[in-house]
Design a protein around this ligand. Structure first.
Ligand SMILES: NC(=O)c1ccc[n+]([C@@H]2O[C@H](COP(=O)([O-])OP(=O)(O)OC[C@H]3O[C@@H](n4cnc5c(N)ncnc54)[C@H](OP(=O)(O)O)[C@@H]3O)[C@@H](O)[C@H]2O)c1
Length: 327
C-alpha cells in the first residue's frame, strides 16, 4: 500500500536502525519519493540490507558511536535504532545497557548531528514512557511520565536529555508509538496471527480492555510528517491508528482477515492472568489484557496529521503478508 503521503521535503534523510521493522518500511517509503536517503545499520548483514542504496554501518549505538560518515550532508535524522524491549534480557544489568544505547547513544547522535549542521532529529520513543496501562482515560502527552521498565526509563531519559538541549540545533521531535504491527511484525502480534491461523482456542473472549495500535505505514507517515512540518519542532506526540480495540476484537478481526473463524473462550481475565503468570508469561498477558489507549489529538490538530490507513486495512495487509510467509 502507498500512503500518497507528505514525504515532501527534499533534504537528505538519515534513518538509523534502518534494517529493523520500522526502519525498512520508512526507508522504502522515503526512497519511493526520490528524496535523498541514507540508511544506517549496526552492521552489514548478508541478505538483510535495508531498502536504500546508501547504507552506512556505524557499529553499536552508544556514547562513543562515530556518526561522522552517516551524518555527512544530512538535513534530517529519524532515530529508530534502539535496544528494544526484550522478554528475557541476557544483560547482567539491563538498565545500564538500555541507558548506554537508548539514552547516551541518542544524546551522542544529537550532539554529532548539531556539529554536522542537521536541521531536525525525530526520535522514536514509546508510549511506555507514559506508563503500562491507562486508567479512566487515554494517555496524553502532558500526563506525568510513568516509565516502569528499563526500556521505558531509558527512552524517557533520552527524551529529557534531548529536551535539555532545547535551543541548540537540531530541532527535536519525539513520537511515542503504541504497539506497531504490519508486515514483518514479531512478538505477541505474530503469535496471535499464528494461533488464529491454526485455529487454536484462545482464552481472550473476555479481554475487553481497549488498546491503541499503530499500523507500520501509519507510523512511517507520521515520522515523515514530523521530519518537515514547521510546527513539529520541539513537539512530543502520541500517535495511533485512531480506532482502539480489545484483544478479543483484535482476534475477531485477525480471524476475518485470515478467513479463519477465531475460537475465543470466555475465560475470566483474572484466571488468564494467573495462568500466564504461572507459565512465566505474565508480561505477555498484561499486554493483551490491560487497557492502554492514547489520545492522538495533538498530532492531528497541530500537524494536521491523519493516519492514511484504517486499522482494518493495516490488519488485512499484515494478514496477507503472514499468509505469504507460509508459502
Ligand atoms: N515496534 C514497536 O511496537 C514499537 C513501539 C514503540 C516504539 N518503537 C520504537 O521504534 C523504533 C524502531 O522499532 P522497531 O520495531 O523497528 O525495532 P526493531 O525491528 O527491533 O529494530 C531495531 C533496530 O535497532 C538496531 N539496534 C538495536 N540495538 C542496537 C545497538 N546497540 N546498536 C546499533 N543498532 C541497534 C537494530 O539493529 P540490529 O538488527 O543490528 O540489532 C535494528 O536496526 C525503536 O526505537 C523502538 O523503540 C517501536
Amino acid at each position: 500500500m502507498t500512503a500518497g503521503n507528505s514525504l515532501a521535503g527534499n533534504g537528505r534523510v538519515l534513518v538509523t536502525g534502518a534494517d529493523g521493522l520500522v526502519g525498512r518500511r520508512l526507508c522504502e517509503q522515503i526512497a519511493a519519493t526520490g528524496r535523498p536517503l541514507r540508511a544506517s545499520v549496526r552492521s552489514l548483514k548478508s541478505g538483510a540490507s535495508p531498502p536504500a542504496s546508501d547504507v552506512v554501518a556505524t557499529g553499536p549505538v552508544g556514547p562513543d558511536t562515530d556518526w561522522t560518515r552517516a551524518l555527512e550532508g544530512v538535513d534530517a535524522v529519524v532515530h529508530l535504532a534502539a535496544r528494544v524491549h526484550m522478554l528475557r534480557d541476557p544483560a547482567p544489568d539491563p538498565l545500564a545497557e538500555y541507558r548506554r544505547v537508548n539514552t547516551e547513544g541518542t544524546l551522542r547522535l544529537a550532539r554529532e548531528a548539531a556539529k554536522a549542521g542537521v536541521r531536525r532529529l525525530v526520535f522514536a520513543s514509546t508510549v511506555k514512557v507514559n506508563g503500562e496501562a491507562t486508567a479512566d482515560r487515554p494517555f496524553r502527552e502532558d500526563d506525568p511520565p510513568s516509565p516502569r521498565d528499563p526500556y521505558a526509563i531509558s527512552k524517557w531519559e533520552a527524551e529529557q536529555a534531548l529536551a535539555a538541549r532545547s535551543g541548540d540545533a537540531p530541532q527535536i521531535v519525539v513520537l511515542r508509538p503504541p504497539l506497531v504491527y504490519g508486515p514483518g511484525v514479531r512478538g505477541n502480534f505474530r503469535r496471535l496471527l499464528k494461533a488464529v491461523d491454526r485455529g487454536f482456542p484462545l482464552p481472550l473472549g473476555r479481554a475487553t480492555a481497549l488498546r491503541s495500535l499503530l499500523y507500520l505505514d501509519n507510523l512511517a507517515h507520521a515520522l515523515a510528517t514530523c521530519l518537515d512540518h514547521p510546527r513539529a519542532a520541539g513537539g512530543t506526540y502520541l500517535v495511533s491508528d485512531g480506532e482502539d480495540v480489545s484483544s478479543a476484537e483484535l482476534v475477531r478481526r485477525l480471524g476475518r482477515a485470515l478467513d479463519r473463524p477465531p475460537r475465543l473462550l470466555p475465560v475470566p481475565v483474572w484466571l488468564v492472568s494467573a495462568l500466564a503468570a504461572l507459565a512465566g508469561r505474565g508480561e505477555d498477558a498484561r499486554r493483551l489484557l490491560s487497557p492502554l489507549q492514547v489520545d492522538s489529538r495533538r498530532i492531528r490538530e497541530e500537524l494536521g496529521w491523519a493516519p492514511p490507513f484504517t486499522l482494518d486495512q493495516g490488519i488485512d495487509e499484515t494478514a496477507r503478508w503472514f499468509l505469504g510467509t507460509k508459502k
